[in-house]
Design a protein around this ligand. Structure first.
Ligand code: CTP
Length: 434
């Protein structure tokens, strides 16, 4: 039987009035259609953990699609439906999304070996999920609004800081859950329960992953690498030998892990200075993960993961270039700003952070951060039209002149537009002496 408890005081204390009002509206919409409904999964887990959650997942005991349409009209939003899965997404005018799923018994094809008889449809829906911490539900109907429903010991496991599967076939049903166990353990600083841990080892030993698409493995790995602090997840991947599941040639040993610590520092440095610059965090960690593999192995990993060409180029071709240029830079230091600029200007944020993380010399690390903060966006003040006014014939020479002016600016030889014009005059005279 489910443990039930009124958590309205919790809700009022921890959620914003807007979200509470939205949850109440969802409950009212359910009452209007005579449907029982619950907010479930990550939202409830995060509420119990005092963490902010961006998603609302609703389970409706009945036709979720009809309910979603009703809610969309009520809230003047839009509704996208997925008939095949009996799910829908309601998009509110402000852009906020609410996922709606149906939990009608007849929708479920329970895995053969699972005992599913005599379960209410909400219980069966929750039973099919990955870990106990994700099985908590809160009733939203007006009668009983704010009742926490716990069928599978989710509250106990949140208290124990434990990741536990609900039934022993969980990883058979979906082997990607092995990666999810690691993601959650890392994110919440939880431990993986003994039985769950043994089942993970078993899944790896029997190779449940052999039929899993590379795309799904990559999606899970990427989510792990996008976490705020993925290092202990990488340690767990290593402990469980999941690196070999990703590719037999991949090694996630302590030297990779310590480089990942450097990546973490580089990303923290970047994000403190440039909160609004978006880049692929996962890719910086990923480049460090694979850097010691032979090109053939990296190529196979990228193909297995079906990385689009742009991403494959980023982690393979451009990453090798970054290694080469870092080597060059460490040999040429100290160098002029223009020299630094020419070594580094071909790289995007991901490679720059990769180089900062992998640089052997502190001096190189400093030079790269100096380039990124001070030099990267420097441009000359003069334009093509200024060169035209000076009587210089348009053509390939323009690029050359602009490059020289940029170098002069980087090296502090010019300051104002007049300085630049004078500088152009000088190089032009040298080029075409009278
Ligand atoms: N789920 C599952 N097995 C999976 C993926 C998901 O059982 N392989 C279930 C989980 O119980 C989860 C729900 O589906 O609660 C939704 O999954 P997801 O969108 O990944 O949400 P969250 O658990 O909220 O994860 P996150 O906080 O990373 O978004």
């Amino acid at each position: 039987h489910a443990k039930k408890r009124n958590i309205l005081p919790f809700i009022n204390e921890r959620l914003s009035p807007d979200i509470i009002e939205l949850l109440r509206d969802i409950g009212r919409a359910g009452d209007e259609m005579g449907l029982d409904l619950f907010v479930v999964g990550g939202f409830v887990r995060d509420l119990m953990l005092y963490r902010k959650s961006d998603d609302i997942d609703i389970v409706v005991e009945g036709d979720g699609i009809a309910f979603a349409k009703h809610l969309a009209v009520m809230k003047q939003g839009r509704c996208n439906t997925h008939r095949e899965f009996c799910t829908a997404v309601v998009i509110l005018p402000c852009g906020f999304k609410i996922d709606v799923a149906s939990s009608r018994l007849e929708y479920y094809k329970a895995p053969a070996a699972l005992p599913t008889v005599e379960m209410s449809s909400i219980k069966l829906d929750l039973f099919r999920r990955d870990f106990t911490i994700n099985t908590l539900a809160i009733r939203l109907n007006q009668e009983g609004f704010g009742t926490l429903i716990d069928f599978f010991g989710g509250q106990r496991d949140i208290k124990d800081k434990s990741i536990r599967i609900i039934h022993n076939l969980s990883f058979v049903e979906d082997p990607t859950r092995v990666f999810r166990a690691i993601k959650f353990a890392n994110r919440f600083n939880f431990t993986i329960g003994k039985l769950t841990s043994n089942l993970i080892k078993n899944a790896i030993r029997i190779d449940f992953f052999k039929n899993l698409s590379g795309l799904r493995v990559f999606s899970e790995l990427k989510q792990i690498l996008e976490e705020e602090n993925p290092i202990s997840a990488i340690e767990l991947l290593n402990e469980y030998h999941l690196d070999k599941v990703i590719h037999p040639g991949l090694i996630l040993d302590s030297s990779v892990i310590s480089l990942m610590e450097s990546v973490k520092k580089a990303l923290a440095w970047h994000d403190l200075l440039y909160l609004d610059i978006q880049y692929a965090r996962w890719a910086v960690y990923f480049m460090v993960m694979i850097r010691r593999c032979p090109v053939k192995v990296i190529d196979e990993i990228c193909n297995k993961f079906r990385l689009p060409p742009r991403q494959k180029n980023m982690v393979l071709r451009d990453r090798i270039r970054a290694d080469d240029r870092l080597y060059l830079l460490e040999k040429s230091l100290p160098c002029k700003n223009s020299g630094l600029y020419h070594i580094l200007s071909i790289f995007k944020t991901e490679q720059i952070l990769y180089m900062i993380a992998t640089a052997k010399k502190e001096e190189a690390r400093k030079a790269i951060s100096f380039y990124y903060t001070q030099l990267k966006d420097v441009t000359p003040l003069i334009r093509g039209k200024d060169l035209l006014t000076m009587g210089i014939k348009p053509g390939p020479a323009y690029r050359d002149i602009m490059q020289k002016v940029l170098d002069a600016r980087l090296d502090g030889l010019v300051d104002t537009l007049e300085d630049e014009l004078e500088y152009v005059n000088m190089i032009n005279q040298n080029r075409y002496p009278h």
